[in-house]
Design a protein around this ligand. Sequence first.
Ligand code: DX5
Ligand code: ZN
Length: 219
Amino acid sequence: MKKIQISPSILSADFSQLGNEIKRLEKAGADMIHVDVMDGHFVPNLTIGPPVIKALKKHSSIMFDVHLMISPVHNYIEAYAEAGADIITIHPEATADLSSSILKVKKLKKKVGISLNPETKTDVIYNFLDKIDLVLIMSVNPGFGGQKFMPEVLDKVKELKRIQKEKNLDFDIEIDGGINFDNSKSAIQAGVNILVSGTTIFKSNNGDIKKNIELLKSK
Ligand code: DX5
Ligand code: ZN
């Protein structure tokens, strides 16, 4: 079984202190940093772009797990790779040609992830599973932090786990949205090995992020 990893979403961090927030997460034992990039078009919210990622990356050594919620995504991939993204995750609905977008990330020597919205079926990525590093299962509709977890998406995690075994594949399964200390366990049991969390990490236990990371990891 893969090691359970935590990818805190900086969407819930103090935006006036982002550099320090990332240092704090690194110290607290985060395995990577989840960066939610939103364009006000693919999702109804707007966050940060390549210059901010570049500035943050310069002062940290932790992996940047960049979740692109932008459309059309294809022509922006390079900018995020250059800014310092280590994992680049895209939504199939945000590109006209998923195959060439995957290839583009690969050519830039970055890990490539594909994200499935709650209503998107696994069929969409079935033929790409041997070409990608990660599947990001959305457990809320993308756009905002602090939403309620949708337990039904765990069926897709189980299905992906089954396909993974059948085809002898090794991609990571990450979950994103509404993760808390209760549902983290069911997600891990279903087969998730990377948990994204914003609200729970930054707001639970009076913002004790070290404790919150440890609690999310415990099975
Ligand atoms: C939602 C984002 C998530 C979200 C996670 O569109 O992709 O990363 O911010 O935050 P919480 O843990 O608050 O749901
Ligand atoms: Zn995200």
